[in-house]
Design a protein around this ligand. Structure first.
Ligand code: FAD
Ligand code: FES
Length: 263
């Protein structure tokens, strides 16, 4: 049975919208209701103005927020028409969104040491998670995998929160030459005793991390990215096959137990 969404529609307006890295932009918008209610790992569905023929919203996770000042920030990779149109949303642009959507990350009781692995734009929801974990006194090892050094995002925030930062780049321009899965494999084999593993990024990466965590007998949470039409449980565009049947990514997820997903 599909979980019901508790998301609402809210007005928002752009405060900052600027390049953050190569082909990746950062948007900060004012939306006090969302800033006060959204948990790490949840997402929102943004209406992108400028094309009346396009009625679908785009789903995005959030990275940083300030509930007191009422703003939320996220970073977006330019992949198609919608995200390219988003770059034209200058400060002051008004829009609306539906959120908070989805379940968010879960911090098991007595967690002391977490391994967090992000790839590409999958780093975004993990930034908010690391903030929450470190605020709870959890020690974090963060592995970021980027295509190239110019696409590394949120390194400052992650280290500022106190996480140990490890980097891989596909082209070897910085950090370990290769994939984040090589670093996570080494960390899991080291003496570090992790209580939980969190990951978000390309599906092959998450599948590999979930397998590594399974091998090490450590629970693993994965944040799935599926194409979404409605974003609140009405259309079944976003189905995820699991050991417990088909689930909707937008309401049952996006965070799933890595053991549950049928990759
Ligand atoms: C829960 C959730 C959270 C997300 N958070 C972020 C985020 O924090 N930062 C970020 O950069 N992106 C995020 N995404 C992906 C983002 O929603 C898509 O990149 C965006 O909607 C693409 O819109 P577009 O019109 O530019 O591209 P389109 O023209 O619609 O598509 C361009 C290409 O991107 C692929 N694509 C489109 N939507 C998705 C999707 N939802 N998942 C996987 N591939 C897609 C298409 O198949 C196509 O190949 C998230 C997606 C989900 C489901
Ligand atoms: S996008 Fe998930 S049910 Fe519509």
């Amino acid at each position: 049975m599909t979980t019901l969404s508790s998301a609402h529609k809210y007005a928002c307006s752009v405060l900052v919208n600027e390049p953050l890295a190569q082909d990746i932009w950062r948007m900060r918008f004012s939306c006090p209701e969302l800033a006060q209610s959204m948990r790490p790992g949840q997402f929102f569905n943004l209406a992108v103005p400028g094309d009346p023929s396009n009625i679908l919203r785009l789903p995005f996770s959030w990275s940083v927020s300030d509930p007191r000042e009422g703003w939320v920030e996220f970073a977006y990779l330019l992949v198609g028409e919608g995200t390219r149109r988003m770059t034209t949303m200058i400060p002051g642009t008004a829009s609306d969104l539906v959120g908070p959507a989805g379940n968010g990350w879960y911090i098991p009781q007595n967690t002391q040491h977490a391994l967090v692995v992000g790839g590409g734009s999958g780093v975004v929801p993990l930034v908010a998670l690391v903030h929450e974990l470190t605020q709870h006194g959890v020690s974090c090892d963060f592995v970021e995998g980027a295509a190239t050094q110019n696409r590394v995002i949120y390194e400052d925030a992650i280290t500022h929160y106190g996480a140990h930062f490890y980097l891989s780049t596909d082209d070897g321009s910085r950090g370990v030459h290769g994939f984040s899965t090589q670093i996570s494999q080494d960390l899991l084999a080291s003496s570090a005793a992790y209580d939980v593993v969190y990951t978000c990024g390309p599906s092959p990466m998450m599948r590999a991390i979930a397998a590594q965590a399974h091998e090490a007998r450590i629970p693993c949470q994965v944040s799935m990215e599926k194409l979404m039409a409605c974003g609140f449980g009405a259309c079944t565009t976003c189905l995820v096959d699991t050991k417990n049947g088909r689930k909707t990514c937008c309401t049952d997820g996006p965070v799933f137990d890595g053991e549950e997903v049928l990759w």
